[in-house]
Design a protein around this ligand. Structure first.
Ligand SMILES: O=C(O)CCC(=O)C(=O)O
Ligand SMILES: [Fe+2]
Length: 227
């Protein structure tokens, strides 16, 4: 459970070139707002091909539930599409744009390699809302479907997660592991934009009260898709 002293133990830091971790960046009421909004959008899409489900990839069915905003991330074949079977992808909520721009600007203060995207030139266009049940995980992968090389903005809500980020050449060691708690921001871009990353596990029942999430973890990644 996060305490008053977490920010003392967990200062904002540059995990590596182009990787900034800002613990407790999102206030609890902003976290709750994001959860409520995602739930509302997911409820509206339930039963459609864009509903929040566990994608089936070439490697099998993922343990993470996914909801796409702005552009739909299609798992088979991989890529972004704007509609599926005539159902349009919901737009990116306006507040995501403000949030993502503020996130990149804050992250650039921690990892200077992110500075080129701190400003209006950064165009958030898509978001992936991931829901992890307590036993879910995500394998090492590269976010490679965007044409843009702009950074990935990642927000965590609910249970703590182990976030692993390594190099651009292989999904194997060496890598860094960062514990992401509710409200944490991580931004990776520049030299780390093509880095392999994943979530080997979450720590069940470690989320704070007040987010609206009873269990599990929500991760929201915001991305610029077009060049
Ligand atoms: O859940 C996370 O922290 C990472 C999610 C991720 O890598 C992705 O959605 O591409
Ligand atoms: Fe990713």
């Amino acid at each position: 459970m996060p305490t008053l002293f977490d920010s003392l133990d967990r200062p904002a830091r540059r995990v590596g070139p182009g990787i900034a971790h800002l613990p407790g960046w999102l206030r609890i009421d902003d976290q709750a707002h994001l959860v409520a909004r995602a739930r509302e959008i997911a409820a509206g899409l339930a039963g459609t091909p864009l509903g929040m489900t566990r994608p089936v990839t070439a490697g099998g069915q993922m343990s993470v539930y996914m909801l796409s905003l702005g552009h739909h991330w299609r798992a088979r074949p991989y890529g972004y599409v704007s509609e599926v079977d005539g159902v349009a992808v919901p737009p990116l909520p306006g507040e995501y744009t403000q949030l993502a721009r503020a996130a990149v600007a804050a992250a650039a203060g921690v990892a200077e390699e992110l500075e080129p995207w701190a400003g209006e030139s950064y165009r958030p266009e898509a978001a992936l809302v991931n829901y992890y049940r307590p036993d879910a995980s995500m394998g090492m992968h590269v976010d490679a479907n965007e044409f843009s090389t702009a950074p990935i903005v990642s927000l965590s809500i609910g249970d703590e997660a182990v976030f692993r980020i390594g190099g651009t050449e292989s999904p194997n060691k060496p890598w860094d592991e960062v514990t992401l708690m509710s409200g944490d921001l991580i931004v990776f871009g520049g030299p780390a934009r093509g880095a392999y990353h994943g979530v080997p596990r979450i720590h069940p029942h470690t989320g704070p009260a007040g987010t609206g999430l009873k269990e599990g973890r929500i991760n929201i990644t915001i991305r610029q898709v077009e060049q």
